[in-house]
Design a protein around this ligand. Structure first.
Ligand code: PSU
Length: 304
């Protein structure tokens, strides 16, 4: 038996068959500083509710998988020290040993599938890191998208990554990468990466229909919906490029590796931009939550 606790709000939504949207917790513990992390988590949940769906923030607390966090649980997680960053490889081990961990995109997809939640909103997925040809650092998020049937709404992949290689791996693994409302693949803080997205859709209905058809065709895996950051909130790619280069050089000089790379880079860029990168990150996650709520409602209207 998997030790799962549903929050009262999520349990009621499941009973009433209301549309649900999963939200991750690594962005809270490893992606943003306190207190903006908790404030953002709350406002992202509010966006999902305003969009007519119910938010289910996911984390492992003392060996139980929580689907939906209470306000007190969210506050505690946002200030906790030494929380594990869970992916597919260590998820079950954390449950088995009574640990506490935040779920990455990969682990949140697994939890969403277990809870019957079809849509998940985050900031940006992990991907192929620059220099992967020597480091082999490729996020487990990509392999998860290839095998777990959840539609993930993100502002593309983080611009700290090697985006052409990230798109190549997604293509090889058969993951539909759908830019929402534009032709270009977005680059997290910027609306365009300068790379064309493999697919484009302009409505939540189409995205829902594609998910249903993939299931009908017995195709495993999810869909990546790449939703560009709103124009008013973006940081142009050329402004950010030198900041990213400097952050990568610093990570290399300090020998930062594996799971520590993404949190290190995000923190470095936050300080180097005087917080502008965080403001953009918050805006894009809220924007993704709004679209995810609409996709979840569209899926409810198109029963499997
Ligand atoms: N989106 C954000 N901030 C984040 C993340 C997503 O706006 O910190 C997290 C997600 O949990 C994602 C992880 O799975 O970054 C990627 O980490 P890595 O590159 O180590 O796979």
């Amino acid at each position: 038996m998997i030790p799962i606790t549903y929050s009262p709000e999520v349990a009621a939504a499941r009973d009433a068959r209301q549309p649900l949207v999963a939200l991750e917790s690594t962005i809270i513990t490893h992606g943003m500083p306190w207190p903006q992390n908790v404030e953002t988590a709350r406002s992202v949940e509010a966006e999902v509710r305003a969009g007519g769906a119910v938010p289910a923030t996911i984390a492992v607390l003392s060996g139980r998988l929580h689907v939906g966090l209470t306000g007190a649980e969210l506050d505690a997680l946002g200030q906790a020290e030494g929380v594990a960053k869970l992916s597919r490889a260590d998820f079950a081990a954390c449950l088995a040993t009574g640990g506490t961990g935040a779920t990455t995109v990969a682990a949140t997809m697994i939890a969403a599938r277990l809870a019957g939640i079809e849509v998940f909103a985050t900031g940006g997925i992990g991907g192929v890191h620059r220099g992967a040809e020597t480091s082999f650092d490729i996020s487990a998020d990509l392999a998860e998208l290839a095998q777990t049937p959840v539609t993930v709404v993100a502002a593309g992949a983080k611009a700290i990554l090697d985006l052409p290689k990230t798109l190549e791996v997604l293509e090889t693994s058969g993951v539909p990468v759908i830019a929402y409302g534009q032709d270009a693949f977005p680059a997290f803080w910027s609306r365009s990466s300068g790379l064309p997205a493999p697919l484009r859709m302009d409505s939540p209905d189409e995205i829902a229909r594609a998910a249903r058809l993939r299931a009908a065709m017995a195709l495993p895996g999810g869909q990546l919906v790449a939703n560009p950051i709103p124009e008013a909130d973006e940081i142009p790619a050329d402004t950010l490029a030198p900041v990213i280069e400097a952050a990568l050089a610093e990570a290399e000089a300090r020998g930062i590796a594996a799971k520590a790379v993404t949190p290190f880079l995000l923190d470095h860029i936050f300080h180097a931009t005087d917080g502008a990168s965080l403001a953009a990150n918050i805006a894009l996650v809220k924007n993704n939550a709004r679209l995810a709520a609409r996709i979840s409602a569209a899926l409810r209207a198109q029963p499997a």
